[in-house]
Design a binder for this molecule. Structure first.
Ligand code: DAH
Length: 343
């Protein structure tokens, strides 16, 4: 290789290395590559007259050219990967996601108000030694009526509008049939409650649904009196409303209890003075209750000479409405998330 050629190769290389180092973008590198290493590039130009050289000269020039080519390729490669690293780093910074942050628009669910109150009542009674039972929603006529001292010709059957099914089955109209199942399963003495869904063939309006919830309660033991009943009812209602309540019993007729009562509490809003919520009466009706009728005990194999009991049936849906100030029963089964999310 001539001295001139050698010199221009060296300055070419130095110049190119400098441009590679100071390249600002991938495009600059590509320009240098094409200019020097491309098929019509400067290095190719320098090897054009190789054919006229002696074999020794050719070998040494080839070596020099190859070394220069390698040096440039390496420098290009390094610079290129530095650009790529920076680009990747920038992208990772931009796309960084904190996986522990809750996704926007996804809310945790919440319990239905009926479930909330039901669980409170269950906890209360469980703490007093009661068992929580459940019974079927599709019941027999026997459990729903006959065994509760409501025979076929009894006018009390008309008190509840029943959804009849085929084969003597029905949708239970109250949770009272679970009393029967409880007595037969557990035997005396027993303490049980039974929350559940009940059905009545009613016209719908703001205070009537065909489907609603009740809680049944029953205690069978020796020497049961009305004062036991009052004690448990008061304890339950005070636990629920979280304040002292004044209760009173008025006679009420239910075929499965004798005596039977309607239990009322003094209006929590006006303290008994009279207001729109209690319809100026000062009292709010809460539940039906009484001492278990001897016939009911007997029909479930319990000797009424030896055992006695009290029972109650509470409109859970109504209680939930009172507790949360819900003015239309249809909200409860409506499935509207705007309503449900408030609990
Ligand atoms: N089962 C009655 C109803 O749905 C409520 C009831 C009243 C239940 C008195 C009882 C009771 O256990 O003793 O109207």
């Amino acid at each position: 290789m001539s001295a001139a050629n050698l010199e221009s190769l060296e300055s070419l290389e130095q110049d190119a290395l400098q441009r590679i180092q100071s390249a600002a973008a991938l495009a600059d590198l590509e320009a240098v590559r094409v200019e020097l290493l491309g098929r019509k590039g400067k290095l190719a130009g320098l090897s054009k007259d190789m054919g006229q050289l002696t074999p020794e000269e050719r070998a040494s020039r080839g070596k020099l050219l190859n070394r220069a080519k390698q040096a440039l390729e390496e420098a290009l490669e390094q610079r290129k990967s530095a650009f790529e690293d920076t680009a990747l780093h920038t992208r990772l910074q931009a796309e960084w996601v904190d996986l522990t942050v809750p996704a926007p628009g996804v809310r945790p669910g919440s319990l239905h108000p009926v479930t909330l109150v039901q669980r409170e009542i269950e906890d209360l009674f469980v703490s007093m030694g009661f068992t929580v039972l459940s019974g079927p929603e599709v019941e027999t006529e026997h459990h729903n009526f006959d065994a509760l001292n409501i025979p076929g010709d009894h006018p009390a059957r008309d008190m509840q509008d029943t959804f009849w099914l085929e084969g003597g089955y029905l949708l239970r109209t109250h949770t009272s049939p679970v009393q029967i199942r409880g007595m037969r399963k557990l035997g005396p003495p027993l303490r049980m409650i039974a929350p559940g869904r009940v059905f009545r063939n009613e016209e719908l309006d703001a205070s009537h649904e065909h489907t609603f919830y009740q809680i049944e309660g029953m205690m069978v033991d020796r020497e049961i009196s009305v004062s036991h009943l009052i004690y448990y009812m008061k304890t339950m209602l005070e636990g629920l409303f979280r304040r002292e309540v004044t209760v009173r019993l008025r006679p009420g007729y239910f075929p499965f209890v004798e005596p039977g009562f309607e239990l009322e509490i003094q209006c929590l809003l006006c303290g008994g003075k009279g207001c729109p919520v209690c319809k100026q009466s000062g009292w709010l009706e809460q539940l039906g209750c009484g001492l278990v009728h001897p016939n009911v005990l007997r029909m479930s194999g319990i000797d009424p000479e030896e055992w006695m009991g009290w029972a109650f049936g509470l409109g859970l849906t109504r209680l939930v409405m009172m507790r949360y100030g819900i003015d239309d029963i249809r909200h409860l089964q409506g499935g509207d998330l705007r309503f449900l999310r408030q609990f």
